[in-house]
Design a protein around this ligand. Structure first.
Ligand SMILES: C[S@@+](CC[C@H](N)C(=O)[O-])C[C@H]1O[C@@H](n2cnc3c(N)ncnc32)[C@H](O)[C@@H]1O
Length: 352
């Protein structure tokens, strides 16, 4: 929406054969995976795991993509269903995730390829690996529990407050939450908080942020959380929620350009998909889900001519069929074990 975001283009470094290189935070990365000294052990419960595996209908010698490897829960479930000929490409833009997934290359060898990159570069990731056709792709969108729980990364409004305003999923990116909060003009901030946070008090929050930063820059998650809390009427916050939740979501989406990569990734997956192969996408909020729904229905419709054209002139034909009329959601057992699954929606499309 504004600012100085630098996109990652780290295509297809994985395999841990790349040379160690210096990163922007001064730590050393090998094969693109950054070693985080402060990060806690990677903990992330995979959401709707059996539903995803069922949806993908894994063929043991097929080629699969996990566009959001995270802690590798979904990736591992895919990898263990492959035989020697099968292959899994697990992508994540976060070096901590790639680091956590090294256990998969240890366990499954060449069957698993780890790539630290943005999934929006999926077409070039696949061509860089010499892969022309895939048999399935999974995207489990959003942040991992590990990212939220790693206090120093500044994603969480609920830590004790002295974490820097960062929120970058990839530490190679330039734009941070600090830049957004302190550098964006008030109207742009309001728009981001309103659109990406679906926050009805966006105007008041942007006003308070603008007032506060006149006095001194807003540096920590705790400062931001307190400012937002002062702008949101307590009576309007649902019980169990936090007044800053929507604003933090909005800033995180802006910092990481989270919505920009979904359409190119889905289109690249559909282009590369062999007939019968499936794309499964888990979303966690309506902004993501709307994009997935629109892209899938465009791919299923084919023709993109305006509805008032008497005949089709675009010549496009459907390339997928939608599996299920409505998105699937997590079952009761999963919901009681993992509250994060509550907002999850799984949409699936099959290549024709
Ligand atoms: C919900 S977690 C995935 C968890 C994973 N399925 C598991 O079982 O552990 C989402 C992951 O996607 C990654 N991610 C988000 N946006 C991305 C993008 N545009 N490109 C690559 N990875 C991305 C995040 O860094 C995070 O690790």
């Amino acid at each position: 929406m504004g600012g100085k975001r630098k996109s990652e283009n780290l295509t297809a470094v994985d395999d841990f054969t790349a040379h160690p290189r210096q990163t922007d935070s001064g730590s050393t990365a090998t094969g693109g995976a950054r070693i985080s000294e402060q990060a806690p052990v990677f903990v992330h419960l995979p959401v709707m795991l059996s539903e995803c595996i069922d949806a993908l209908r894994i063929s043991p010698d097929g080629i699969y993509v996990d566009g959001t490897a995270g802690g590798g829960g979904h990736s591992e479930a895919i990898a263990k269903r492959l035989t020697g000929k099968g292959r899994l490409v697990s992508v994540d833009r976060d070096g901590d995730a790639i680091e956590a997934c090294r256990r998969l290359t240890d366990a499954y060898g060449d069957r698993v390829t780890l790539v630290r990159d943005n999934y929006r570069n999926l077409a070039s990731i696949l061509s860089g690996l010499g892969i022309e056709k895939i048999n399935g792709a999974l995207f489990d969108l959003g942040v991992s529990s590990h990212q939220i729980d790693s206090k120093e990364r500044g994603f969480s409004y609920s830590h004790d407050g002295d974490a820097p305003l960062d929120m970058r999923m990839s530490r190679d990116d330039v734009l941070t939450a600090y830049d957004v909060v302190n550098g964006y003009d008030k109207e742009t901030l309001r728009r981001i908080i309103s659109e990406y946070g679906e926050e009805r008090f966006a105007g008041r929050i942007a006003d308070r942020i603008a007032e506060a930063r006149e006095r001194s820059p807003i540096r920590t998650t705790g400062e931001l959380s307190a400012i937002v809390t002062s702008a949101v009427p307590a009576a309007t916050v649902p019980s169990g929620s936090h007044p800053a939740k929507r604003t933090f979501q909005a800033i995180r989406i802006e910092v990481n350009g989270e919505l920009d990569g979904i359409e190119p990734a889905l289109r690249a997956a559909a282009d590369a998909m062999a007939p019968g192969g499936r794309i499964a996408v888990i979303t966690f909020h309506s902004l993501e889900d709307r994009i997935v729904k629109r892209v899938f229905s465009e791919l299923a419709r084919g023709c993109i001519c305006p509805p008032d054209f008497p005949v089709c002139v675009c010549g496009r034909t459907p390339s997928v069929r939608l599996i299920g009329k409505k998105p699937a959601t997590a079952g009761e057992d999963e919901l009681s074990a993992n509250p994060r699954a509550r907002s999850a929606k799984l949409r699936v499309a099959e290549k024709l």
